[in-house]
Ligand binder design. Structure first.
Ligand code: GLP
Length: 268
């Protein structure tokens, strides 16, 4: 696992956006060879999405031949609700990057058959050859997508009950009214994420410091589902200084040192 420590959220966002754009450009996607990208919602990726929009406007990357799969969506919330993940993605990214409508895949939390919806999502990922890069964030309890503590590390896309912790954390988007936060969500599984060829997680802010420590320094554990990335052959966390607060001094220095020697050009 790589750990990229950036001084602040702005630089973290820029670094991540440029890393993704570089990866798309290197792949040289075409209609018959599309680049398949997994995407998250939440506040963590907002800066990255903003920078991706800038790169598209500057003509440095194109989403014409990119297919996206979103991690999750609430159950029983209208697509047009301002806090649905459909709305979030359109507002923050899809409306501004010229991606063909048919290339966007977001779970339908209003489907009559939720289990069928989840299975079809997995099938569609397989049908396009799997996900090349899955971008994600983590919750303060270390969850990835909506894979709450105790989720199987082999889990697939399914219906999930949200924990009290997550509903409190997300109530900030619902006028701080926990009762307005949906109780269920559809989410890709930990296994769906780790099946991707590459996983990149954005971890920013002091509130994620404990989760980052648990994910990196402690063992693989279903109570901190993002720790499953320790077993992934190509995973990377991009964090800011605030998020490193709980890391051991030695761990911090080790990753800082090793990344200084990494010559990969991140910025376009
Ligand atoms: C939700 C989402 C996750 C996200 C997490 C953290 O639970 N399902 O995908 O990573 O929130 O959100 P934020 O980035 O707002 O801290």
């Amino acid at each position: 696992m790589r750990l990229i420590i950036q001084p602040d959220y702005e630089r973290l966002s820029k670094w991540t956006a440029h890393y993704i754009a570089n990866s798309i450009n290197k792949f040289e996607p075409t209609k018959t060879k599309p680049y398949v990208l997994g995407l998250p919602t939440g506040s963590s990726p907002v800066g990255t999405y903003k920078e991706i929009v800038t790169l598209v406007r500057e003509g440095k990357v194109s989403f014409e031949n990119v297919i996206t799969f979103n991690m999750d969506e609430y159950v029983n919330i209208q697509e047009g609700h301002p806090e649905s993940y459909h709305s979030f993605m359109r507002q923050n990214l899809f409306n501004h990057i010229g991606i063909p409508e048919e290339n966007i895949n977001i779970l339908n939390g209003n489907a009559d058959d939720l289990v069928g919806e989840c299975n079809a999502f997995e099938d569609k990922i397989k049908a396009v050859g799997g996900i090349r890069l899955f971008l994600g964030g983590i919750g303060p309890d270390g969850h990835i997508a909506f894979n709450e503590p105790g989720s199987s590390l082999h889990s697939r896309t399914r219906v999930k009950t949200l924990t009290y912790d997550t509903r409190i954390a997300n109530s900030r988007f619902f006028g701080h009214d926990i009762n307005a936060v949906p109780k269920l969500a559809l989410t890709v599984g930990v296994g769906t994420v780790t099946d991707s060829m590459e996983v990149v997680l954005i971890v920013n802010g002091h509130s994620k410091a404990r989760a980052l420590y648990k994910m990196i320094e402690e063992g693989v554990n279903h109570m901190w589902t993002s720790s499953a990335l320790q077993l992934h052959p190509k995973s990377m966390v991009v964090c800011d200084e605030d998020a490193t607060y709980e890391l051991k001094h030695g761990t911090y220095n080790y990753f800082k040192d090793i990344e200084q020697k990494n010559l990969e050009p991140a910025v376009l």
